[in-house]
Design a protein around this ligand. Structure first.
Ligand code: CUA
Length: 325
């Protein structure tokens, strides 16, 4: 009885994962809804097959016990129908549904759809929008209720772009530009994750898809074209000076300043991002200070070397970076 109970309690356990869980079974958009539908179809077919096999087993054990004589013809017919015919019908049906869903997932948005260009790096995501001069990192904004084209490239090794609640995985392959699309039915944040092992910090290669009403999205996109927020306090001004004159600017860009490095993430809006280090630590002043002082203790192996920052300069740098929203 235990296996039956375990099987039947499966959906109940999984139902407990609903809410905001970044699960493919908690879809937030058209792509993941297809995947979840397919998953549940396979699940209930498995439950039905399991129940049927258990019923037949019980029947054989209870009612046929001691009846060793088998009438000719019967087993053969049974094996043909239940052992070959039925599985054939089920598998062909599942294959058909799978093909239908595959076609639906491959049917991308039209040429005029909003487009995002995402580049995978060890270990963060560079996010650009065609026509916008600025870039952001580990955060993809999309208009809610619209199909958004996502162009994927990798700067180094294989990565895989996965937003479980919105779309199945797409691998990023060196030398290739691949495409997928996202569509979120309701506003909110959907967590994404690199889904192909790409080195020691593969787990810290997360990102967020932020679905916004169209007007908010347009405002956000316009922001990507404007210079970053100018410093307002003395500390922020000193921080900016330290940033553009120090080593930071060799790798990082801040729009509207002379810092135009393209090696690391563009920091023009770093103060408003959801995390530091692609999901490594929360984005607050303390973690930012720790990161600047020695990124290698926070996320060992990442490309940013420990910084020779003057202890007196650190609070100014933190104030400046926190002000970039
Ligand atoms: Cu990138 Cu795993």
């Amino acid at each position: 009885r235990l296996p039956v109970l375990a099987t039947l309690s499966g959906p109940l356990l999984l139902a407990g994962c609903a809410g905001d869980a970044p699960s493919a079974l908690n879809p937030g958009g058209a792509g993941a809804t297809r995947v979840a539908g397919l998953w549940w179809l396979l699940f209930w077919i498995s439950v039905a097959v399991f129940a049927e096999v258990m019923a037949l087993l019980a029947w054989a054990l209870v009612f046929r016990r001691g009846n060793a004589r088998v009438r000719h013809g019967q087993p053969l017919r049974f094996v043909t129908i239940a052992g070959a015919g039925l599985p054939f019908v089920i598998l062909v049906a599942v294959y058909g549904v799978g093909l239908r869903d595959l076609a639906a997932l491959g049917d991308g948005p039209g040429p005029d759809a909003p487009t995002v260009e995402v580049t995978g790096h060890k270990w963060w995501w560079e996010v650009r929008y065609p026509g916008a001069s600025g870039a952001t990192a580990n955060e993809i904004h999309i208009p809610v209720g619209e199909r958004v084209k996502v162009r994927l490239r990798t700067d180094d090794v294989l990565h895989s772009f996965w937003v479980p609640q919105l779309m199945p995985k797409t691998d990023l392959i060196a030398g290739e530009t691949r495409e997928t699309w996202l569509r979120a039915e309701r506003p909110g944040s959907y967590r994404g994750q690199c889904a192909e092992y790409c080195g020691t910090q593969h787990a810290h290669m997360a990102f967020l898809v932020v679905a916004q009403p169209r007007a908010d999205y347009d405002t956000w996109l316009a922001h990507l074209n404007a210079p970053a927020r100018a410093p307002r306090t003395d500390a922020e001004r000193r921080g900016q000076q330290a940033f553009v004159q120090g080593t930071c600017a060799a790798c990082h860009a801040v729009r509207g300043t002379t810092a135009q490095g393209r090696v690391g993430p563009d920091l023009s809006n770093v103060g408003s991002r959801w995390s530091i280090g692609a999901g490594a630590v929360p984005n607050d002043a303390g973690h930012l200070g720790g990161w600047i002082a020695n990124p290698q203790t926070v996320k060992p192996g990442n490309a940013m070397p420990p910084q020779p920052v003057d202890a007196a300069q650190l609070p100014d740098l933190i104030a400046y970076l926190r002000s970039l929203e």
